[in-house]
Design a protein around this ligand. Structure first.
Ligand code: PEP
Length: 251
């Protein structure tokens, strides 16, 4: 049985104070939820969210990481630093990182291994662009991304990962993949994992991401292979994010 996981990616939003206020407001809404709840604030608010989330069932994740442990890498943050501050999860390979910051399948793989080395869980993002979807190469694209991200990992490790299928054309656009489309690609991703790391395919959790809201979460969660959501815009208000967690728990 895979425990559903709903993660909020705040991107470059929220001051420390706003992050604290949000976390306190959300904590009551998601108390006793059967769903795993994760908040991924900007680096500057990580410590504050960890503190505000203490004693609640909210876990904390970072939005990115560098793969080296320390050194002359100005502006970067190491896995050990994230672990020390209290992160349990790290988003790796988000399409905005791939699009604006030169992230490749190779650097995603380095980050995944570095996160795992510190005992944290990577949330690995994959997904096709609109152009790739229109060319009919969605499966080829996500296969390449999944194979690249998981390179060198054993089956037991793969079982503990979280993968987020996020079609790029659905991120922040208000366009959600249909439940059937999302289910189809996510089932395909699971089949790729079965080829790579047999036993782990039934255990690895795969989220959908792309304009998820309280209004569409239930239908998505009713799909057999969808184990949760990575949420951007709708994770910025406690009411909408809490509504998504509630919908996922009830689906
Ligand atoms: C995201 O950035 O991971 C995302 C899914 O954003 P949104 O929910 O706003 O589409």
């Amino acid at each position: 049985m895979r425990k559903p996981i709903i993660a909020g990616n705040w991107k470059m939003h929220k001051t420390v104070q706003e992050a604290k206020d949000f976390t306190k407001a959300l904590a009551d809404m998601v108390a006793n939820s059967q769903v795993e709840v994760v908040l991924c604030p900007p680096f500057t608010a990580l410590a504050a969210v960890v503190e505000a989330a203490e004693g609640t069932n909210i876990a904390v994740g970072a939005q990115n990481v560098y793969w080296e442990e320390k050194g002359a890498f100005t502006g970067e943050i190491s896995p050990g630093m994230l672990k020390e501050v209290g992160c349990k999860y790290v988003i790796v390979g988000h399409s905005e990182r791939r699009q604006y910051f030169g992230e490749t399948d190779e650097t995603v793989n380095k980050r995944v291994k570095a996160v795992l080395n510190e005992g944290m869980v990577p949330i690995i993002c994959v997904g096709e662009t609109l152009d790739e979807r229109e060319q009919g190469i969605t499966e080829k694209v996500v296969r390449t991304q999944v194979e690249g991200a998981l390179k060198g990992l054993d089956a037991a490790t793969v079982a503990g990962l979280v993968i987020a299928y996020e079609p790029v054309w659905a991120i922040g656009t208000g366009k959600t993949a249909s439940e059937e489309d999302a289910q189809g690609v996510i089932a395909y991703i699971r089949s790729v994992i079965k080829e790579l790391a047999q036993d782990s395919a039934d255990r690895v959790r795969i989220q959908y991401g792309g304009s998820v809201k309280p209004a569409n979460i239930v239908g998505l969660m009713q799909q057999p292979d969808i184990d949760g959501a990575l949420v951007g815009g709708a994770s910025l208000e406690p009411e909408s994010f809490g509504g998504i967690v509630k919908g996922a728990a009830g689906a």
